[in-house]
Design a protein around this ligand. Structure first.
Ligand code: AMP
Ligand code: ZN
Length: 469
């Protein structure tokens, strides 16, 4: 039985999906106005791993994660560059997808874009107005927060404390609201901003409504798991609950999961503080598998401090697994015996205890840190029980077990030898330069190096052409 820490109850609860064998899961995605930073990568890696584990347990997972492609920050960036907001969001969605691929994050079942779902948002806002849960003033639509009796149930905040904290808003010009706690569902257009037509005038949606609408459209009124970083608990998720539950009259999400923050020098990593690394920057120094390992080596609900030392030790740890896998491959290829001996069969069965330890850890609120420890126990077991005398079947079985567990974590155990196009072009340029300088030894060396990696060069009159073997 999988147990999940639910932010709603502040307890670990047994996971029972709404529909047997199926999981409906929604994770708030990034606002796309720049390269994602490694803080943004944390929820991506965490919830991809949750998804992979649920799939390993046999669930069919419908995983929806949005891109917020309409937002003040996107508009600001577009104005700075003198291009459209769409150009900015499309560019960074493409870059984000590249980073996700590098981190071995599976594409979601659906990646909806806010700008493609405006009609659904207008419908939901209209429904809330009809029900008396929202009202329009001068082209802005607000949600009547106090009307929703359960407001504060996720963040465990009480309305009167919130009211006290919000009093300053009343004097800052927001007095068209009936109540300072009310939040925006639709805002009127401003000069130079993208806008859509609506019954309340031209404008654009507020941020919170987009997730309520997209999760309803792609997953239905009720979902099993809703995830995101812990900064989203209030107000974003609290507001999503208010909107969705006011509309449907049903519980929106059963389990609310939140990852803790990635810090740097023990301070929150954020774009506004300027103390962040992008995933792209990290990828110049490390295989992004190392970043994934680094994230999963901590529990998702514990704050994690980023440091060069921890990245180095993650790199070494990952290499230990890769070395063991390569070693087992070598042993299998060179084994003189094919079938397992009875002793080996017993050992192979014994190794199952590490798989069980792995599952037990993951069942316990996705304790990836303990699950990785179980992988290392299995690696150690393989290193001490498999050698040149082992059968092919034994070496293969152990390797498959290690790789099977790594796969659930989304960790790739085989080193990618594949060269990127840019690397190939760079080597070809270097070879041309070497030839020009009559350094034919180096030129031949480069050709041989490329050939070894499956790249065939062809010298033609038009220049050097290359293809993958
Ligand atoms: P944003 O683009 O700011 O809406 O963030 C996208 C996702 O990244 C949200 O789930 C945030 O909670 C999460 N996030 C942002 N910064 C961090 C951080 N430093 N550590 C962990 N999660 C973060
Ligand atoms: Zn959201």
């Amino acid at each position: 039985m999988i147990r999940i820490y639910n932010t709603l109850s502040k307890k670990k609860e047994d996971f029972i999906p709404l529909e047997e064998g199926k999981v409906r899961m929604y994770v708030c995605g990034p606002t796309v106005y720049n390269f994602i930073h490694i803080g943004n990568a944390r929820p991506m890696i965490v919830f991809d791993t949750v998804r992979r584990y649920l799939e390993h347990k046999g669930y069919e997972v419908n995983f929806v994660s949005n891109f917020t492609d309409v937002d003040d920050k996107i508009i600001k960036k577009a104005n700075e560059e003198g291009v459209s907001a769409e150009e900015i969001s499309q560019r960074y969605i493409a870059e984000c997808k590249k980073d996700m691929e590098g981190m071995n994050i599976k594409p979601a079942t659906t990646h909806p874009l806010a700008t493609q779902e405006i009609d659904g948002m207008i419908d939901m806002i209209s429904e809330l107005i009809d029900k008396g849960d929202a009202y329009a003033v001068n082209g802005t639509v607000y949600f009547r927060t106090r009307q929703f009796k359960d407001y504060g149930k996720l963040s465990h905040k009480n309305l009167d404390d919130l009211q006290a904290g919000n009093r300053s808003l009343l004097v800052s010009g927001e007095d068209e609201k009936e109540d300072p706690l009310d939040f925006v569902l639709w805002k009127p257009k401003k000069e130079g901003e993208p806008y859509w037509k609506s019954p309340w005038g031209d404008g654009r949606p507020g941020w919170h409504i987009e997730c309520s609408v997209m999760s309803k459209k792609y997953l239905g009124e009720q979902i099993d798991i809703h995830g995101g970083g812990e900064d989203l608990i209030f107000p974003h998720h609290e507001n999503e609950i208010a909107q969705s539950e006011s509309c449907s009259g049903k519980e929106f999400a059963r389990y609310w999961m939140h990852n803790a923050f990635l810090n740097i020098d023990n301070r929150k990593m954020s774009k506004s503080l300027g103390n962040f690394f992008t995933v792209r920057e990290i990828s110049e120094k490390y295989d992004l598998q190392v970043l994934r390992f680094f994230m999963l080596n901590a529990h998702y609900r514990s704050p994690l401090n980023f440091s060069a030392e921890l990245m180095e030790s993650s790199k070494n740890a990952l290499e230990r697994i890769q070395t063991a896998v390569n070693n087992l491959k070598f042993l299998a290829e060179h084994a003189s015996v094919q079938e397992m001996t009875p002793e080996e069969a017993a050992k192979a069965e014994e190794a199952g205890k590490y798989e069980k330890a792995f599952d037990d850890s993951m069942d316990d609120d996705f304790n990836t840190a303990d699950a990785i420890a179980a992988i290392f126990d299995l690696v150690k077991f393989a290193n001490t029980t498999a050698d040149e005398k082992s059968s092919k079947a034994y070496a293969d079985t152990l390797r498959e077990k290690i790789q099977g567990l790594c796969d659930i974590m989304g960790l790739i155990t085989e080193k990618k030898e594949e060269l990127l196009d840019a690397d190939i072009e760079k080597l070809i340029e270097e070879r041309q330069a070497a030839r020009k300088a009559k350094n034919f030894a180096r030129a031949d060396e480069i050709r041989a190096e490329l050939l070894e990696k499956g790249i065939i060069l062809e010298d033609t009159r038009e220049g050097v052409k290359w293809k993958r073997a």
